[in-house]
Design a protein around this ligand. Sequence first.
Ligand SMILES: Nc1ncnc2c1ncn2[C@@H]1O[C@H](COP(=O)(O)OP(=O)(O)OP(=O)(O)O)[C@@H](O)[C@H]1O
Ligand SMILES: [Mg+2]
Length: 370
Amino acid sequence: MYLRELKLINFRNYRESAVSFSQGINFVVGNNAQGKTNLVEAIYLLSSGRSYRTPVDSELLRWGADTLYIKGSVVENTGEKSIEIGIRGNNKSIKVNGVQLVKRGELFGNLTTVIFSPDELKLVKEGPSHRRKFMDQEIIQIKPAYYYVLTSYNKVLYQRNSFLKASMAGRFDTDILGVWDKQLAEYGARLIYYRQRFIKRLSGFAKSMHSKLTNGQEDLEVTYQCCIGQQQEESLSDIRSWFCGKLQSCRSRDFKTGVTNFGPHREDLGVSVNGIDVRKYGSQGQQRTAALSMKLSEIELVKSETGEYPVLLLDDVMSELDPLRQKYILENLARVQTFITCTHLTGVMKKRSDSAKVFHVNSGIITTEG
Ligand SMILES: Nc1ncnc2c1ncn2[C@@H]1O[C@H](COP(=O)(O)OP(=O)(O)OP(=O)(O)O)[C@@H](O)[C@H]1O
Ligand SMILES: [Mg+2]
């Protein structure tokens, strides 16, 4: 799929803009603080209904404006569709083909994006919460139902933790805890079920991507470090009963600490290169390349699950990669619509610019080169 056209009114530093994009590579070039990331953010907003930079929608309104409007025309195998987002104060409206959505979750899958910014380069280096977020965001794109399971799980987890905290102050009722446990196991088991299946597939794509990026020098292994300790794919009911058993055995610790010590919220992804844990022992470059392989592997995963390539958003990362990796991205993702922001086109990028579209951004005004 690709984004054919984008209209922005009062979004961040854009007053009013309309742009048509290339199906292939789109270079978005401009000095610092001109609106390059804002443009990427607008595209991401169309795919998820939310910014990745702020949870506060009103921050997206151009300063001094009270409403904003974004419209994207998305082309996929089955035809073209429109996605519209309007924000007025704290109210947000999302429409697909003119039909108002009731929940943000209904938007998922209409425009799939894979975003890669300097933050994602830290995917391997940083703590487990980054890798869990990575897992969750990517599964949501291919399995929108996962989003509801995740939010339900987090809600129950919050309630169970509140109950545990209150229990520390004296009230101690295992019957009530049992009610939370049942619900937590229900949603938790589903998260594990999807994660087991998803990571196995992603791992295969990441391995071959990494091999290409390193000229066959490095073997990348991404593994799911599941809280129930099982690695093979199990049935939902098996996972559920394992989960319940584990919760039971952790109870006294939970009551003592006032938090839930076990569950998908404590999981991680193992990342090794040639058998060595790169999260701990990898060089900076190895960690970045592993992160790049993991992110780029999502492209193939989304394609294999949905039949459509996602849109790739590379914000400020080209300059962080060596020319070899830059070249790989530019030459091997021909069928993927790609947005690349940068302050200037480097040598490898210039070579590709004849078949790409180049946009210049200056104080919220976009102009097309040529
Ligand atoms: N709500 C808003 N209304 C108006 N302007 C805003 C709003 N939010 C951010 N800006 C401004 O938008 C400008 C461009 O921001 P953006 O992050 O897109 O820059 P950039 O081109 O990606 O720069 P860099 O190269 O430094 O990453 C900034 O100067 C910022 O102050
Ligand atoms: Mg930026």
